[in-house]
Design a protein around this ligand. Structure first.
Ligand code: NAD
Length: 419
């Protein structure tokens, strides 16, 4: 996908909001409120590099809505970060938290940098500077950051430490996605994938499909893709193809994700795993299968290739892997699309679990946590599915109606001050 044909993510987000507003017959004033972030802070971050020079990085924190609770959202380190993209992602977080009905609003942060070219020391200095610059905006009851693209639990630990030093006491509930030793949540790593697996199971029930032997294709073999492959493999699905940035592998007999992971560990890619055929990432999306899971990047299924998708279910584990034009094609083809704001909401739900445990100084056991996740995901799926049946819409429109509707209702109930 070249940059030219990539849709602007804020345009897409505003289009989706407009669609939901129309279905909800939303008050034009409330629609206007929801179009803009409540607050956005742009920061310049001078950082001393290892060679002694000073480099200035640009960053931001965008807070879209806190009508339903504190802002919540990831922090992204990437050379292509733009204010539009971060604003769109903050808006999507607002809807996502509302769809899965957790008491958060939506936010997102970003720093324009290339972490692959920076040392750990440089990343630490950058993170601590960024945290200091946004410290007035964040906090356990204000805005709770979490990891996103190219940020990890170590970066969350540095944010927690910097924030705690500024406060003068330890505040583990100031971030989620922390290392377990600092109050992080053991199941966070697999929670997103577990949530995707619950959504796929519920969709299959409605479509009267049987799990056994059901052929699954997964694009992306990172945290979400690998964990999902492992979970579905143990549930008797047949994972026939997976891929990473270098390409994909396919075997109609099915592959063992654990063995593929071992192979990737040794060689750096899934490619070349024994008894599989090599496919490109483009070919992978067009393979004959029952379930297709894009779990890598945005804008993977486009107007150009949507017609070639053969799956009955497409489960959006990644954020925004289907363009709006491709969505139309898939709907015409009667493909059951589980939209990202529902499908991958297990991630933010596990962040919510971490925050609650930190606030109450409790530790839940694995069974208890997974059971709570299942209850919340199934309820969210049922709510969205119910709306899609009632209003005769696709699942994405239904999810947006649910998310936007809940936030609009909260804003209306809070009232506008001064009145
Ligand atoms: P990750 O970095 O661990 O893995 C990404 C995978 O995609 C890697 O296997 C990488 O090789 C592969 N990839 C990169 N470029 C590719 C390409 N051009 N074609 C095919 N594969 C490619 O990331 P992740 O945490 O697994 O996240 C994946 C997606 O899920 C992202 O869109 C992320 O925003 C979304 N998501 C993740 C979580 C979470 O909990 N990790 C939660 C919600 C949403």
């Amino acid at each position: 996908m070249n940059a030219k044909s990539k849709p602007n993510s804020l345009d897409v987000a505003l289009h989706q909001l407009g669609m939901a507003a129309e279905h909800l017959n939303l008050d034009s004033g409330i629609h206007e409120v929801l179009k803009y972030p409540k607050r956005a802070l742009i920061v310049s971050l001078p950082v001393k590099m290892d060679d002694g020079t000073i480099k200035v990085f640009q960053g931001c924190r965008v807070q879209h809505s806190d009508a339903r609770g504190p802002f919540k959202g990831g922090l992204r380190y990437h050379p292509d970060v733009t204010l539009d993209e971060i604003t769109a992602l903050a808006m999507l977080m607002t809807w996502k938290c509302a769809v899965v009905d957790i008491p958060y609003g939506g936010a997102k942060g970003g720093v324009c940098c290339n972490p692959k070219e920076m040392s750990q020391n440089e990343l630490e200095r950058l993170t601590r500077r960024y945290t200091t610059m946004i410290s007035d905006l964040i906090g356990p009851y204000r805005d709770v950051p979490a990891p996103d693209v190219y940020t990890d639990e170590q970066i969350m630990a540095w944010i927690m430490d910097t924030y705690s030093l500024l406060k003068g006491y330890s505040v583990p509930e100031s971030v989620t996605g922390k290392p377990i030793i600092l109050g992080g949540f053991k199941q966070r790593e697999e929670a997103t994938s577990l949530g995707v697996a619950f959504c796929i199971r519920e969709a299959m029930k409605h479509l009267r499909m049987k799990t056994k032997d059901c052929a699954v294709v997964i694009q992306g073999f990172g945290s979400v893709g690998w964990n999902l492959a492992r979970i579905l493999h143990t549930q008797a699905y047949r994972v026939i193809a997976v891929s990473d940035s270098k390409g994909g592998i396919c075997s109609t007999k099915g592959i063992d994700p654990l063995k593929v992971l071992e192979h990737k560990g040794k060689t750096g890619s899934v490619i070349g795993y024994t008894n599989t055929k090599q496919v490109t990432n483009e070919e992978l999306l067009e393979l004959r299968c029952d379930i297709l899971v894009p779990a890598a990047l945005e804008n993977q299924i486009t107007r150009e290739n949507a017609n070639k998708v053969k799956a009955k279910i497409v489960a959006e584990a990644a954020n925004g892997p289907i363009t709006p034009q491709a969505d139309e094609v898939l709907n015409e083809k009667n493909v059951f699309v589980i939209p990202d704001i529902l499908d991958n909401s297990g991630g933010v739900t596990s962040s919510y679990f971490e925050w609650v445990q930190n606030l109450t100084r409790e530790r839940w056991n694995e069974r208890e946590a997974n059971r709570k996740l299942e209850i919340m995901m199934v309820k969210a799926f049922d709510d969205v599915y119910g709306i899609s049946r009632k209003r005769k819409t696709d699942m994405r429109t239904a999810a947006l109606i649910l998310g936007v509707g809940r936030v609009a209702e909260a804003i209306k109930t809070l009232g506008l001050w001064p009145s």
